[in-house]
Design a protein around this ligand. Structure first.
Ligand SMILES: [Zn+2]
Length: 488
């Protein structure tokens, strides 16, 4: 008996030692760099220009006749005035009329160009009265620039322009050609902007070294459980998108003689089945890479857990699936967003329809989602069909590339003590349209966000601190010097 107990104890100790040994053996994947010297900037002037840019109501629309062309034209005239060196030193082409493609010619034409993306358009504001400051006034108060586009994506567009203007003023000349592509319809799919710019580049056989777009941001300390410092999420892939129409049909008629289940009731059952049977979760793929980069930076307990996923994958998956914010990184998500039935309370619906929006994880496809949804609903009275052919998930960009390493280095030089990790972008960006011209597509906006900031883009009180914005400009300067300077 004593021997058996002893044996169990020995096995337990050996097992625990093994778990800890694996955790301790994890090497950090963070590059060791020297922080970049802090550039002196007129931060007030920077904030004022960002504020000025937010006053143009460049709201895109899927309906071309509803596009406020005048606002885009005024914004572009303002850009030319605000950044005179940029407009003198770079050539500008207009694509689809309102999208802008700038070329900053490098001295070595043999080097593939760098392509920086941003978009001029913003999403509409539906409840301006709920904002602390008006959404299109570009006001600066409490140390913040307020307005629609302050983060998404005029901060990105303007910080790139500021960096180019500053470098031109210093006499900097890029070795590598730098392209700036500013679409005008990202928020409605990019069919006229990014898609057409990518086609222009493809027709000229221009294959950028890498593309950098919005996407991941720098998460404030505490937002990533177990990590002390800020975490920069560099998007290496983005989810796809499809909306399925789930259509239940039944006899119509007067509601005074109803059948046991109306079309609405049949539909309700199908909708519930879809919610109750989500697409399978996985902590592999891009999210597995995020975890692999985070694990070595965690204190020992967390590190032990993440270093031994062969043992802890299932419980970790269960915990992460519970929170919508982490669940979205593990699986293709299912969101029932629209329901319609009878137009009148005393009329039986002959048809009831639900719109179900899926955000597709790389690895799944529109077809996989459709097939599974049909199998889950499994009811001959219910038809499941795609509303429109949504974009498939993007390919995964390499994480062992020179370009990814350059980005990681630039981020750590500009924002010391920030952990850089590859990540999945759960929304859509313009970058997906450039897959034909390069495989190295990254998505990162040099903006710090805390938990209260995450709902501001597309939401209420979009704002950016003047400090945060100035640091974003410093990062863009560092990026251009690292990627296009004399020894890239
Ligand atoms: Zn955006």
């Amino acid at each position: 008996m004593k021997r058996a107990l002893l044996l169990v104890l020995v096995v337990l100790v050996a097992f625990t030692t093994l778990l800890f040994a694996r955790a301790l053996a994890l090497p950090s994947r963070q590059l060791q760099v020297t922080p970049a010297p802090r550039i002196a900037l007129d931060e007030d002037a920077l904030a004022k220009r960002l504020g000025a840019a937010l006053r143009f109501e460049t709201v895109s629309s899927a309906d071309p006749s509803a596009l406020p062309r005048g606002e885009f034209e005024k914004f572009q005239r303002w850009l030319a005035e605000a950044y005179p060196r940029l407009h003198a030193g770079l050539s500008l082409e207009r694509v689809s009329d309102l999208s802008l493609l700038y070329t900053w010619q490098g001295s070595d034409p043999a080097l593939p160009p760098l392509l920086l993306l941003a978009h001029q358009d913003v999403v509409p504001v539906d409840a301006p009265e709920r904002w602390a400051e008006p959404p299109f006034a570009g006001l600066i108060s409490d140390g913040f620039v307020w307005g629609r586009g302050a983060i998404d994506d005029k901060a990105s567009l303007l910080s790139i322009c500021e960096a180019v203007e500053l470098l031109l003023g210093r006499g900097f000349r890029p070795t590598r050609t730098v392209l700036l592509a500013f679409g005008h319809d990202e928020e409605v799919g990019g069919a006229h902007g990014a898609t057409q710019i990518a086609a222009v580049l493809a027709s000229r056989a221009v294959h950028p070294w890498f593309v950098l777009d919005e996407g991941g941001v720098i998460l404030a300390p505490g937002l990533v459980p177990g990590i002390q410092g800020p975490v920069a999420m560099v998007g290496v892939a983005e989810k796809g998108y499809v909306t399925l129409d789930v259509v239940a049909k039944a006899e119509g008629g007067h509601s005074s003689r109803p059948p046991r289940h109306t079309a609405a009731g049949i539909l309700a059952k199908a909708v519930l089945a879809l919610e109750d049977h989500p697409m399978p979760a996985s902590i592999g793929g891009v999210t597995g890479s995020t975890i692999a980069y985070l694990a070595p930076e965690m204190p020992l307990p967390g590190r032990m857990l993440l270093a031994n996923l062969w043992l802890f994958a299932a419980p970790l998956e269960a915990v992460l699936s519970r929170q919508p914010s982490t669940n979205a990184f593990l699986r293709t998500t299912t969101a029932v967003t629209q329901l319609t039935g009878s137009p009148k309370d005393n009329v039986l619906p002959s048809q009831a329809v639900a719109g179900v929006n899926f955000r597709i994880l790389p690895g799944d496809t529109v077809d996989v989602v459709l097939t599974r949804a049909r199998a889950v609903v499994n009811d001959p009275r219910v038809e499941v069909r795609p509303r429109s052919p949504g974009p498939e998930p993007s390919p995964v960009s390499p994480m062992d590339s020179r370009s990814f390493a350059l980005l990681a280095r630039t981020i750590r030089e500009s924002f010391p003590d920030t952990i850089v990790v590859p990540s999945l972008v759960i929304g859509a960006t313009d970058s997906r349209h450039y897959g034909e011209v390069t495989q190295e597509l990254y998505r990162f906006l040099p903006i710090h966000m805390d938990s209260s900031d995450l709902t501001r883009p597309h939401g209420i009180d979009e704002r950016l601190s003047t400090q945060n914005y100035a640091d974003a400009v410093r990062y863009q300067v560092q990026l251009l010097e690292n990627a296009a300077g004399s020894a890239p």
